[in-house]
Design a protein around this ligand. Structure first.
Ligand SMILES: C[S@@+](CC[C@H](N)C(=O)[O-])C[C@H]1O[C@@H](n2cnc3c(N)ncnc32)[C@H](O)[C@@H]1O
Length: 260
């Protein structure tokens, strides 16, 4: 899947040209981090403690994710640490796990490894077209900020995903969200990951699953803080306001919402 290194450089350059006027002179972009960087990739640079990078259990999970080959030059440790941590946090709740937007299954494979998911008597529902975004779901506004670039970023990974999860407690649901949502046959969800890069299917999935989430269950929205995903952020903010819940925005770009 995904962009090659030169493509990513080009997209970054285009993003900068389109947005540099908005980067104010006193922006934190121009402030140095407080010491040698211990993490500097995936839109996040920090000198703060990142001990998990040396944690063997985490490394094993991260390597399992990397083995699915999600994209060329894959480095996304902080985001993976977050999903593993929250999956671990909710694993003893009643309810199953759901991910909408799976691609090669990197997040879900990391979680399965990290929390020994197969010992939990739960099912991990994995929903994706397994062949990329749906053009008709991308709005003109999303097109303007570059979401259509993702149309050529994904290849058909369905057979690969079946192989990756052949020994795990997963249900792989291939097709377009929202059409496939009723194929998730659980009414109790402890962990919900939304990561489809497009607003329409994400909000429809959120609406569909929210009432099925158990109290204390966690929702992780992957794209929330990324500039090119601003329309998804607005929609999640509107959803959260309507449901009277708070959004925790992380420096990784992810958003966390707990089900009351
Ligand atoms: C960013 S990737 C997901 C990455 C994944 N969470 C991981 O662990 O690497 C986005 C995925 O959303 C899927 N997708 C986008 N729109 C969709 C839709 N309407 N229905 C189903 N899948 C969709 C794409 O096929 C793609 O695999």
């Amino acid at each position: 899947m995904a962009y090659s290194f030169p493509e990513r450089i080009i997209h970054k350059f285009i993003w900068f040209v389109k947005n540099f006027r908005q980067i104010k002179k006193d922006s934190v972009i121009f402030h140095a981090i407080h010491g040698p960087a211990v993490y500097n990739t995936d839109g996040l640079a920090t000198s703060n403690n990142s001990d998990f990078l040396k944690d063997e259990k985490f490394l094993k999970a991260y390597n399992a994710a990397a083995a699915t080959n999600p994209w060329e030059g894959f480095t996304s440790q902080w985001r993976f640490y977050i999903v593993c941590w929250f999956a671990d946090y909710v694993k003893h709740l009643e309810g199953n796990f759901v991910e909408c937007g799976v691609n090669t299954g990197a997040y879900s494979k990391a979680i399965i490894e990290y929390i020994n998911f197969d010992s939990l008597n739960k099912t991990f529902y994995l929903l994706d077209t397994f062949e990329g975004l749906v053009k008709e779901q991308i709005t003109t506004e999303e097109e303007k900020v570059g979401v259509s670039n993702y149309l050529k970023a994904y290849t058909n990974v369905y057979e690969q995903v079946k192989e990756t999860f052949k020994n795990n407690n997963v249900k792989i649901i291939k097709g377009i969200v929202p059409d496939t949502l009723p194929m998730v046959t659980t009414n109790k969800i402890a962990y919900l990951s939304i990561d489809m890069n497009v607003t329409k299917p994400e909000i429809e999935a959120l609406e569909y699953f929210w009432d099925k989430m158990v109290s204390g269950g966690v929702l992780i929205h992957d794209d929330y803080g990324f500039p090119q995903h601003i329309h998804q952020k607005h929609a999640v903010d509107e959803f959260a306001k309507r449901k009277n819940v708070k959004v925790l925005c992380l420096p990784t770009g992810q958003a966390i919402i707990f089900k009351p």
